[in-house]
Write a protein that binds this ligand. Sequence first.
Ligand code: NAD
Length: 346
Amino acid sequence: MDPVTRIPIALIGLGHLGKIHARCLAALPSAFELVAAFDSDPEARAAFAKTSDAIICASLEDLWQVLRKRAETSAVAVDIVTPTPTHGVLAEAALHYGLHVFVEKPITATVAEAETLVALAERTSRVLQVGHVERFNPAFRLVADGQLRPVFIEAHRLAQFNPRALDVSVVLDLMIHDLDLVLHLVDAEVVQVSASGVAVVGDSIDIANARLDFANGATANLTASRISLKNMRKLRLFERDAYVSVDLLDKKTEIVRLSDHDPAAPGMFQLPTQNGLREVVMEQPDVLPINAIEEELRDFARAIQTGEQPQVTGRDGLRALALAQQIVADIEKRAARYSFTQSQGR
Ligand code: NAD
């Protein structure tokens, strides 16, 4: 990207992920210039001021003022990395001021807020991108080219306990990553949701399982936990004659395919099946050592510069959130039916 056209961007939220975003923005100097930053916590602002040349605004009003001025002469962007319940209000204000918006996942806490953002971004022709960063995970990118037609999907996303992000359920915090990936892979509507889950530590759901049935006959079985003893992020995809395993954490992809046996050129090993001898071919494609957050921010810059859609649109974020909320509602319905204590907040 031409350094002359680099996009002024502001960062809102200077916590755990906000600091990582600041480093990733700095690693893309030809795409973005971090011009301003804000956090509602004065200590976070003071700590960030020691590491950045950006204007550290003392209030949100100050930040909007700085950005609105710049937006009069060029495309200006904002990167929202604050807790989920604040996404809707902040992103809506930014779009009102004519800014392009990158908002962390989930897009918002409620479907109504997400619908407002999507409509506003479309009306004002501004980019609205959601931080479903796993789409840019190099292990997933190897299978995301539309070649696969999985009919059975297993997703496991297990995380050790972390007191951050307990303001939303594990469905909105973690499972939503896999919901977005599954919706991206299966080209059909979800026709049925059956879910269960439980609040173990706090007031919102800490571990959940959901089974999704799609209109084309595909099914997905997703498990997410934030109270596990070890971390795991795995996706397993099955289709006729193929099994694909994607390890999103260790960045490994394995593809196992069955093909017709060719006696003239036998492969590594053969499998006797009802349909005769089949050849088993295993591939472990090279996974590029790319930084997924840098990649999603690079895509955000591309969308702003070209006017094309980002890879993860506001509509994608809305679709994943609506499905997540359907899952939470099903969990709560089940809990009410069997009258065991369930979550307060979603
Ligand atoms: P965090 O608690 O570490 O940081 C949040 C920061 O936002 C804090 O510094 C807080 O003071 C600040 N803040 C709160 N309300 C604010 C407001 N109204 N205006 C300005 N600043 C405000 O949280 P985190 O782990 O950095 O998560 C932030 C967001 O990123 C969440 O939405 C979370 O879901 C998302 N996240 C995404 C991923 C991913 O894989 N894409 C991973 C972690 C977190």
